[in-house]
Design a protein around this ligand. Structure first.
Ligand SMILES: Cc1ncc(COP(=O)(O)O)c(C=O)c1O
Ligand SMILES: N[C@@H](CCSC[C@H](N)C(=O)O)C(=O)O
Length: 411
């Protein structure tokens, strides 16, 4: 007996921490962990009595089990697990018709920007990018011709916060058919429930926090709309981008520790943010009270996540810092249990050309830190050594660290 394909009546919900680990499975042997159905096909009883599953591209019990679990965690009616975060965006943009107008943030993740630019340049859609922190500007640009709006908050890596509630409400007033799409990769369901803020379709790169161990690529799409769910499922089944059984099983495993991981990552990140701020760096992190949208962020989220960025004022200096850490690995991505350091302009956001980056006030010397669950003193020690070795900070006569060139980046 496989996990049920869909639930006909609502089940009792618990707090998120409990939902993550308490997951009833309908396995015939009462296995504690839902089984892995590593099978491409499913035999039918007869031609007149077809089973729930026929072919894994169309559906698989392990994927269904994961999706049912995710729906409860994301407070969604329908969720779909696909092969990557970018796979989610590909599926969602296929709901658009030729020539449709879309509005997007000017600080969306580099890969998101790349796909929207590709569709725009091919003439499939007309994509307009604006600073989504300017709520009034965004509102003034939404018209009845706007078919989709792409938002991300806090943005990766400039940590700009978007007023999701206000933009969604206004957009639906101007055009009841507009689809507001939100990328929740940075917050995860632990810190944000975008569907409660008026968003129509939410997606996340599950490669990041949801899985948390950097051993799979995955993406999750969530919605409360039956109409969108039907369309999304049709695209996923038609294109074959549903998550494989084994990756679904691994994602289910990672998901159980989501709360405990991100809470520890966040606490470490707060400590690191304060450490960098105290030695004179201007740090971009929504948990710092001097973040210009700290209050707006608090009004939408239950936490701050574990990604911060800061500038040094000098590209070469930033390069030396990045190359001097030991515990912080030089790698793209975030949300993993181990800490990473990167320069977005050379790595995760290199697909945005230099001219566009400059137009969008994207500092070339920006360093991004993605904090893991290690001992925080070790992390701060590693950073201290890297900052000293690179010449970014010195020690004064009172034995305190100080930033040699304090910078005041534009936020
Ligand atoms: C905010 C954000 N959204 C989406 C993606 C895409 O996810 P994936 O790498 O799983 O395709 C990424 C990173 O890759 C990201 O940082
Ligand atoms: N070479 C990749 C870069 C992936 S960036 C991954 C992640 N979203 C991050 O922000 O670090 C590409 O071209 O997509």
């Amino acid at each position: 007996m496989s996990p049920k394909k869909s639930r006909s009546k609502p089940i009792k919900t618990y707090s998120l921490e409990t939902e993550l680990v308490f997951n009833k499975s309908a396995d015939q042997y009462n296995s504690s962990v839902a089984p892995l159905y590593q099978s491409a096909t499913f035999k039918q009883d007869s031609l007149s009595n077809m089973g729930e599953y026929d072919y894994t591209r169309s559906g698989n019990p392990t994927r269904t089990h994961l999706q049912n679990h995710l729906a409860r965690i994301m407070r969604a009616k329908h969720t779909f697990a696909v092969t990557s975060g970018m796979g989610c965006l590909d599926v969602i943009t296929r709901l658009l018709k030729p020539g449709d107008e879309v509005i997007a943030g000017d600080d969306l993740y580099g890969g998101t920007n790349r796909l929207l630019t590709y569709l725009h340049n091919k003439g499939d859609v007309k994509a307009f990018h604006y600073d989504t922190t300017n709520t009034e500007l965004i509102k003034s640009k939404i018209t009845r011709a706007t078919k989709m709006i792409f938002l991300e908050s806090p943005t990766n890596p400039l940590i700009k916060v978007v007023d999701v509630r206000s933009i969604s409400e206004h957009a639906h007033k101007v055009n009841p058919d507009v689809v507001v799409v939100f990328d929740n990769t940075m917050m995860s369901p632990i810190f944000m429930t975008p569907l409660d803020l008026g968003v129509d379709i939410q997606y996340e790169s599950a490669t990041k926090y949801l899985n948390g161990h950097h051993d799979i690529m995955a993406g999750v799409i969530a919605t409360r709309s039956d109409k969108f769910a039907e369309q999304l499922y049709n695209v996923i089944n038609s294109t074959g981008c549903g998550l494989s059984p084994f990756d679904s099983w691994l994602l289910s495993r990672g998901l159980r520790t989501l709360a405990i991981r991100v809470e520890r990552q966040q606490q470490n990140c707060i400590n690191v943010a304060e450490f960098l701020k105290n030695i004179g760096f201007k740090v971009r992190y929504p948990g710092l009270k001097d973040h210009p949208q700290h209050e707006l962020h608090n009004s939408m989220c239950r936490g701050y996540g574990a990604v911060l960025s800061f500038e040094t004022g000098n590209i070469k200096l930033s390069e030396r810092i990045v190359e001097s850490t030991e515990i912080f690995g030089i790698a793209v991505s975030f949300g993993c249990v181990n800490s990473l350091i990167s320069m977005p302009c050379k790595m995760s956001h290199a697909s945005i050309d230099a001219k566009t980056r400059e137009e969008r006030d994207f500092p070339e010397d920006l360093i991004r830190l993605c904090i893991g669950i290690e001992n925080c003193d070790d992390l701060i020690d590693d950073l201290t050594k890297a900052l000293l070795k690179s010449g970014a900070v010195r020690i004064n006569e009172r034995d305190e660290l100080f930033n040699v060139v304090p910078v005041q980046p534009k936020l």
